[in-house]
Design a protein around this ligand. Sequence first.
Ligand SMILES: [Zn+2]
Ligand SMILES: [Zn+2]
Length: 281
Amino acid sequence: MLPYRNIEEAEEALSRALSFAEKLWFKYSAKKPDHILHYHNIIFLMLFYTLAPLPYVFISLGGFKNMDKYKIQPKVKDSFFNMFKCYKDVMQTFLLVVGPLQVISSSTVQWIGIRTSLPLPHLSQVFVQIVVYFIVEDFSHYWIHRMLHCKWAYEKIHRVHHEYTAPIGLAAPYAHWAEILILGLPSFLGPALVPCHITTYWLWFVLRQLEAIETHSGYSFPWSPTKFIPFYGGAKYHNYHHYVGGRSKSNFASVFTYCDYIYGTHKGYQSHKQVLEKAKL
Ligand SMILES: [Zn+2]
Ligand SMILES: [Zn+2]
């Protein structure tokens, strides 16, 4: 909720005219309580989780035969029933776990400094904050994910996420409810360390989800813009982690590759790639 009765008051307080985006934000948010704006996050998560995997679902069900050559594990066929079950299970977890978490954490999110006020952040600030969030998330996710591969945590929690030895986009958030909570922490850590505007906060969670969907898609497209991101892991990288499953001692990072290289957990994938390259000769 904004502390101004109208746009003129807001412009007077900022000592300048509002930009087009700020006028839109004023119209949308001025009368909405902050906790309602925070709850938008779960709606965006469900909306993007429903829409973003659809092209992969269509390709996988035979919509584009010429795309089959980009499938990382081509022998594995996914049925519509299996995909729908995955979607249903994830939606259930979103509604029963992530939704209540959003409600409970609303005051904490405000307390850490996620603001809804004017002015809106500059695009360069949004870019830098999102980059920081990806780096913080990647590092903390790496260690938590690695711990989830110890015998007890794997059997009790992480095994669910590894049911897909050939992952699909819909299975990106397919996991035990405890894992959703535990691995949700690294996503909150960046905004907690470097607080942002709520629009950046929404954007961060949407981008993180899109990245996870692409990484789990089971397809590696040569034209993907993510191929140009330095140290980006991508679909092949994470696919190997699922392919090996519980025995995996490799590729724990969620976004980039450098943590695995620094801590020596890239070796399994490295030798796997060497075997594949030899087989091609
Ligand atoms: Zn794992
Ligand atoms: Zn995964």
